[in-house]
Write a protein that binds this ligand. Structure first.
Ligand SMILES: Nc1ncnc2c1ncn2[C@@H]1O[C@H](COP(=O)(O)OP(=O)(O)OP(=O)(O)O)[C@@H](O)[C@H]1O
Ligand SMILES: [Mg+2]
Length: 229
């Protein structure tokens, strides 16, 4: 039997803004197993980022059940949830979300500082992660001193240093040119080949082509979920 990383059942998300209610997710079921490489596709406003934020424990759902690596997310206290998120999930965003005042290696060390990992181990693991994405020459550069593709590679290095159960990426190539996008997708593919479980949002068919599975979402509902390739 495959090992379940995500088991999301009957997930609903309703945004309330003043008098207005907007149902962003309805009756969503997602099962992700260890080693999956899934993309989420769908029109703008269909609920992709909402779903990703719930999967990433950045936002709470209004109804449903969510097991992440066996932990029941809805029953966790905020502090425990923050710890679990830091240890089990690596995040990659379209806008990189690196801290501008820190150089690349310091950015990559950050999740390990939160986790209380000693300095020497932090440094070794950050170097190994940066090496694996080909960034050794730039580790002492600040984010604004490197290219978009290099920033995203640093963000990926940061996302993998805690050896999370899951990598999630919301349009990670959305701000990148074709060549850098391909480099980033090659890195995700290699991480998946070595065992990483990945969920990635994209609008683009040629990015989706790297995945093993395509989940389509329309108007807050999953309309198809198929193995590909
Ligand atoms: N914080 C919020 N408050 C109120 N409504 C929201 C909020 N975040 C998202 N929405 C609404 O929920 C719906 C789903 O939004 P979401 O950001 O998940 O879409 P998306 O599929 O990621 O779109 P895009 O492709 O443009 O990024 C949209 O109608 C959006 O306007
Ligand atoms: Mg979005």
């Amino acid at each position: 039997m495959s090992e379940s990383v995500i088991s999301l059942k009957d997930c609903w998300k309703i945004y309330r803004t003043g008098e207005i209610e907007l149902t962003a997710l309805r009756e969503v079921y997602v099962e992700i197993n260890k080693g999956d490489f899934a993309v989420i596709m769908g029109p703008s406003g269909s609920g992709k980022s909402t779903l990703m934020n719930i999967i990433g424990c950045l936002d709470r759902m209004d109804r449903g059940e969510y097991l992440l690596n066996g932990s029941n997310i809805r029953q966790m206290r905020p502090n425990d949830l923050a710890l679990l998120r830091n240890q089990e999930i690596g995040f990659v965003f379209q806008s990189f979300n690196l801290l501008p005042k820190l150089d690349l290696i310091e950015n990559v060390e950050l999740p390990m500082i939160y986790a209380g990992i000693p300095r020497r181990e932090r440094n070794e693991r950050a170097m190994a992660a940066l090496e694996s994405v080909g960034l050794m020459p730039w580790i002492k550069h600040k984010p604004n001193e490197v290219s978009g593709g290099q920033k995203q590679r640093a963000a990926i290095a940061r996302s993998i240093v805690m050896k999370p159960a899951l990598l999630i990426a919301d349009e990670p190539t959305g701000n990148l040119d074709t060549k850098s996008s391909k480099e980033i997708m090659d890195i995700f593919t290699e991480l998946n080949r070595r065992g990483a479980t990945i969920i990635l949002i994209t609008h683009e068919d040629d990015i989706a082509a790297y995945a093993k599975r395509i989940i389509r979402i329309v108007d807050g509902r999953i309309t198809s979920d198929k193995a590909v390739g």
